[in-house]
Design a protein around this ligand. Structure first.
Ligand SMILES: [Zn+2]
Length: 206
């Protein structure tokens, strides 16, 4: 789904469900936010081609958090796009790079994180991608505010039900109180739209 001229929400089948990574780009960067389960690389290659981009052109892969359904294809994508840099929150990087076992018992993926970020950092491409630290689901969960379109890419920090923002899934959320505070933090920033990785797109006041 096209969110803005150079930002698309991709749609990846996940066996009974769908996942919604985001691809955004400018003249010199092609940025993927979240990267599916392992063995979904072909689906990513197809989805990226489907919006007129090429996986080989990826320059950044930003990971909202450590869970396997968000980082699974990184190794395979890096084989196709060896210059792409992996970005994650400082508190999340140890779980992604294998220093610390993943919180939910997923197998370690041992993905090298090229750049760690913190709350308030602004990545200087695609008209600015602002990092919003939203702990709760995991300690270093982040949302990404795409300043170009005012879209907040939320990973699993929230879900959508009946057109309303709801909290993260309690079953998979490490600290629900913190997670609900993070939802309020997201709302207080008044994004024009949000993307939930498992629920899709919601426009403000829609
Ligand atoms: Zn997830």
């Amino acid at each position: 789904m096209k969110i803005a001229p150079r930002t698309h929400m991709l749609e990846i089948d996940s066996g009974g469900g769908r996942m919604f990574p985001v691809l955004t780009w400018d003249e010199s960067h092609v940025v993927l936010i979240d990267a599916g389960y392992p063995a979904q690389t072909d689906a990513f290659v197809g989805a990226i081609a489907g919006v007129g981009q090429q996986v080989e052109a990826l320059t950044e892969i930003i990971l909202t958090h450590q869970d396997l359904d968000h980082i699974g294809c990184v190794h395979d994508l890096l084989k196709l796009a060896p210059n792409a840099r992996v970005i994650a929150h400082t508190e999340e990087a140890p779980y992604i790079d294998g220093t610390t076992p993943p919180i939910k018992g997923f197998p370690s993926q041992n993905i090298h994180v090229d750049q760690t970020v913190a709350d308030g950092d602004v990545l200087p491409f695609c008209n600015g991608i602002e990092v919003v630290h939203t702990p709760g689901h995991t300690p270093g969960s982040i949302c990404l505010l795409l300043r170009d379109s005012g879209t907040m890419v939320c990973g699993d920090a929230l879900n959508i039900a009946d057109g309303q923002i709801i909290g993260p899934n309690p079953q998979y959320t490490q600290d629900m109180n913190l997670g609900l505070k993070s939802v309020e933090k997201i709302k207080a920033l008044h994004p024009d739209a949000i993307v939930s990785y498992h629920c899709g797109y919601l426009k403000r006041d829609a």
